[in-house]
Design a protein around this ligand. Sequence first.
Ligand code: SAH
Length: 241
Amino acid sequence: MEVLRSLLPPSLRRLWTSGSHGKNKELVERLQLYGIIKSKKVAEVMEAIDRGVFVPPGSAPYVDSPVPIGYNATISAPHMHAACLELLEEHLQPGMKALDVGSGTGYLTACFAMMVGPQGRAVGVEHIPELVDFSINNIKNSAASTLLKEGSLSVHVTDGRLGWPDLAPYDVIHVGAAAPEIPQPLIDQLKPGGRMVIPVGTIFQDLQVVDKKMDGSVSIRSETPVRYVPLTSKAAQLHNN
Ligand code: SAH
């Protein structure tokens, strides 16, 4: 089959690739074409971690939009995952430590784990226990399953506004839900030289990039306007269900 496929022109080869891995690869290629993914490493990791494994059955994983995952939460759009990985790439070198706050489906936690590798550490924190179970199951079905099994990747139920002090300080903190203001515990748990990416605001939100310098001072800049679900209490989040 592969031989036959390779004889086809690229346009027809695409149609031949009907498996989910092929569709995920096409999604990554589109993000590269639009200039959202620039780094080879980010492309490799997003290819390896199949978005189709992380969305609920029956939804469209390979379209560039957020998908509802229940509990008033969504998996972010692929271009947001890509943009955050690009912003954080330098701080996700092998052996480094990353915290994913509001880890939801576990998609980005898995990507972080792949980037920091077996000598590194990726931790997801999420306050809905059912989503933590969902994410662990998703990760088990993904290319990051060995990292979960061997312990360089873990996901925990907690209020992410408090971070995860057990493994602090972190080279990277990613927040997947919009905070009215940057929680101080997250700033405290960022390593000097580390970077946090966090959506900040209520109705109008900006994706902010927080760099902690070696002397412990922080600089903050706004990257782009965004729209995320709120980083809030569990009761407030489930209120509308
Ligand atoms: N990056 C995730 C985003 C999920 S949406 C993904 O792409 O799958 C944001 C997530 O933040 C939701 O799962 C929501 O339950 C969680 N969340 C909101 N407030 C939180 C809090 N205080 N502590 C932990 N998780 C929180």
